[in-house]
Design a protein around this ligand. Structure first.
Ligand code: RIB
Ligand code: CA
Length: 324
């Protein structure tokens, strides 16, 4: 029985690989993709997602979501660069603006993503799994509109946060940093959660050799994935070099892979995750309370600190090979 899922993205290069994996997997029933402001503004993330589903001829509706975080931009100087326009040094840019794909006439659905999420999760007769790989604004807004949707959520798999690794400030991971309040609302919502933080995604790095193997495959999805991999490796070599040269994480694809094969995630811990909304140097910090210091907060997630890189790369290759 296919697992019914909703994928929320801020397409972006690794989001694109996540969309391809989710759309091509025979284990997953991707009932819709929602877009959010994150790696780039909502126009770009939505256009990229539409180009991608059209390029792969995926019959999947795309719902345009929130163009700004919930409140972060209301405080002067809290975020100078949201909507995010990419790094100052363009050579470090692992996403770019528009994906290098043909333009499309495909349009997003008329219904806003937040209303679609709230309505779908209210009306559904079976639980739905949510995979969120961008800022959590759309889900947090839906939870504010219809808190009872928690009862119809099978699980929320989130690419976000970091335990020993961060990437946008010394204390925060990008998705949580763009919208800390949204991340905290979701962390506190009570639905089962699996967190795929940077610690796990960096462990599941891909190499230049992986990208060349992808480019040599006979499938559109594999070839495009290889291209995105090389863009990411080039950027990571400058932006956040991994321990092994010429490698890069594909954060979002690992979160989707975990739905297809849970064993790709390793070193799992049931802990409480809280998110800092303090505006200070730790704004957006994902606090994993391994020592159970805060007795008032019970474990609310399973967090993976490692991953099985070989298993992940094999799964990615097997699934992307299925496209034409
Ligand atoms: O920190 C990594 C996350 O931020 C990924 O989801 C990437 O696409 C960006 O959204
Ligand atoms: Ca993303």
């Amino acid at each position: 029985m296919k697992k019914k899922i909703i994928l929320d993205v801020d397409t972006g290069s690794d989001d694109a690989i996540a969309v391809m994996l989710a759309g091509l997997s025979e284990e997953l029933d991707l009932i819709g993709v929602s877009t959010v402001n994150g790696n780039r503004n909502i126009d770009i993330t939505t256009t990229n997602t539409l180009r991608l589903v059209d390029y792969l001829d995926l019959d999947i509706p795309v719902y345009r979501g929130c163009h700004l975080p919930m409140v972060v931009s209301l405080t002067p100087n809290r975020r100078k660069n949201v909507p995010y326009i990419g790094p100052d040094n363009k050579e470090e840019d692992v996403h770019g603006d528009y994906l290098p794909l043909p333009e499309t006439t495909r349009k997003e659905e008329k219904e806003h993503a937040v209303f679609w999420l709230a309505r779908t999760l209210t009306e559904t007769t079976e639980k739905i799994t949510l995979v969120f790989v961008g800022p959590l604004t759309n889900l947090a807004m839906a939870l504010r509109i219809a808190p009872s949707i928690v009862e119809n959520i099978e699980e929320i798999v989130i690419m976000g946060g970091g335990y020993a690794i961060n990437n946008v400030t010394a204390g925060a991971e990008f998705n949580f940093w763009i919208d800390p309040e949204a991340a905290k609302i979701v962390a506190d919502c009570g639905a089962p959660m699996r967190i795929v933080p940077l610690d796990a995604t960096h462990d599941a790095y891909i190499s230049w050799e992986d990208s060349e193997e992808m480019l040599a495959e006979n499938s559109k999805a594999s070839k495009f994935c290889g291209l995105l991999m090389q863009q990411r490796i080039t950027g990571y070599n400058l932006f956040q070099p991994l321990p092994i040269h010429n490698t890069a994480p594909i954060h979002d694809a690992l979160a989707v892979a975990a739905l297809i094969d849970p064993e790709v995630l390793q070193d799992l811990h049931e802990v409480n995750m809280d998110v800092c909304v303090s505006h200070g140097i730790a704004d957006g910090w994902s606090l994993f309370d391994f020592e159970k210091r805060n007795r008032a907060r019970k474990p609310n997630c399973t967090v993976a600190l490692r991953s099985d890189r070989e298993r992940f790369v094999r799964l990615l290759k097997e699934n992307l090979r299925k496209s034409k």
